[in-house]
Design a protein around this ligand. Structure first.
Ligand code: AMP
Length: 417
């Protein structure tokens, strides 16, 4: 028998309602903030990610699923931002739309070592605002992330923020870091030894005990920020304070991708274990220009849906008990049942039947297994009277209802209308 690819997951029918609740809530909240949905393709030219994320980024180095076709190399997208900036430029949205606010929900692919909370196909829900550098947007987007979590009824998370500064500040910071880490290289893990050469900021983010010890002693503050970037970050914090957002400034917070500048943030949750980030994001003020567009600011974030579901405090169920289940006894009743089923579905009532001609007892058991709210039974008697026996599966009561009154009575019970 075939097995699923390691690091992928079947989202089975019983789990789908939780996903739908998250998706529905997400769409609602984003619409309150006047974001529109965008759906870029899942496959992109691999070079787009090399260019955007940076050649030294771990995703580019080790984790991209590449698809070769003739001379072309494509990648299954490992994240959404690069595709969205590509779509923004290719469709001239910079010229027609000015500031755009978009959100997306969909699968991402990274060839990581699978473990709890870390998959090879996982799902992001995220957003991007392209076209402005104003710090108020940073505060708004962090508060939007906070409001999403509140709407999912998730509690116990922590918002960490930092500013990496502009490209010049980042470069300076990299130099300072390299100097202070130079004589500590032997104490670093193998990955960080490579990072020392390629992506030294990432060492601050390493989860290896030895590296954490080394990093702890570095005494990092925000000394590397130029006056403009410091001013920007102060305004972000003021904005967050005025919105009453609970956050912590963490000077050690960095992001693994080259495109990040200035504000970065991460939201962590203690119940997640080693992979403790629920979501993360930040500014990427150079990326639009780097990909051939105008110089314009941009900011975004993404949550991992699987991780949101791991910490969701209650089981999400969109489908309350609303199924109407039809049981027919005999060939004539079956024909009548099929017609009725068709009418109910046309009237927008979720309904089903026992296709297999089970006994009344067997059919009722099946209705129960399906959590049916109501059962309609049609036997010879009911056929003669042009009626059905309506059994309420919550109260257990049973009564006879004329066919012509049926839809109205059902709607009243099932939808309350
Ligand atoms: P990133 O783009 O790496 O900052 O990811 C944003 C969020 O996506 C993380 O905080 C996680 O919630 C989720 N995420 C990232 N990588 C994975 C993965 N391999 N498996 C599951 N979720 C992930």
């Amino acid at each position: 028998m075939f097995k699923k690819t390691p690091g992928t997951k079947d989202i089975l029918p019983d789990e789908v309602s939780s996903w739908q609740t998250i998706e529905e809530t997400t769409r609602n909240i984003f619409s309150f903030y006047n974001y529109k949905e965008i759906r870029p393709p899942i496959i992109e030219e691999a070079a787009l990610f090399n260019r955007s994320l940076g050649e030294s980024a771990e995703i580019v180095q080790k984790q991209m699923f590449l698809v070769k076709k003739d001379k072309d190399v494509y990648a299954l997208r490992p994240e959404g931002t690069a595709s969205i900036v590509r779509a923004y430029l290719e469709n001239n949205l910079d010229k027609t739309a000015g500031l755009i606010k978009v959100y997306y929900i969909g699968p991402m692919f990274r060839a990581e070592r699978p473990q709890k909370g870390r998959l090879r196909q996982f799902h992001h829900l995220g957003c991007e605002v392209i076209g402005s550098q104003v710090p108020y947007l940073d505060a708004e987007i962090i508060s939007l992330a906070d409001n999403l979590l509140k709407a999912y009824t998730i509690e116990g998370y922590e918002i960490k923020i930092n500013s990496l500064g502009c490209t010049k500040d980042k470069k300076e910071f990299t130099e300072v870091l390299r100097k202070s880490l130079k004589d500590k290289i032997p104490k670093l893990c193998d990955d960080c030894k490579v990072r020392f050469k390629t992506n030294v900021l990432r060492i601050l983010d390493c989860k290896n005990e030895g590296c954490i010890e080394v990093v702890k002693k570095l005494d990092i503050r925000q000394n590397h920020l130029c006056p403009e970037c410091k001013g920007h970050f102060d305004k972000v914090k003021e904005g967050l304070d005025s919105l009453n957002i609970d956050y912590k400034v963490n000077p050690y917070l960095v992001r693994g991708l080259d495109y990040y500048t200035r504000t970065v943030f991460e939201i962590i949750h203690g119940d997640l274990g080693a992979q403790n980030a629920l979501g993360a994001g930040g500014r990427y003020d150079n990326l639009v220009h780097d990909l051939g567009g105008p110089s314009t600011g941009a900011i975004g974030f993404a949550f991992g849906i699987e991780r949101l579901l791991l910490v969701a405090s209650r089981e999400y169920r969109v489908e309350s008990k609303k199924l109407v289940y039809i049981i027919t006894l005999g060939e004539d009743a079956k024909k009548e049942g099929l017609k009725l089923l068709n009418n109910l579905r046309r009237a927008g009532i979720t309904s089903d039947t026992d296709y297999e001609d089970k006994s009344l007892k067997g059919a009722l058991r099946r209705a129960n297994d399906l959590s049916a709210r109501l059962v309609l039974i049609i036997g010879e008697d009911e056929l003669k009277k042009g009626a059905v026996a309506l059994k309420d599966m919550v109260s257990g009561e049973q009564k006879e209802v004329k066919q012509e009154d049926l839809i109205k009575s059902l709607k009243l019970i099932v939808t309350g209308q």
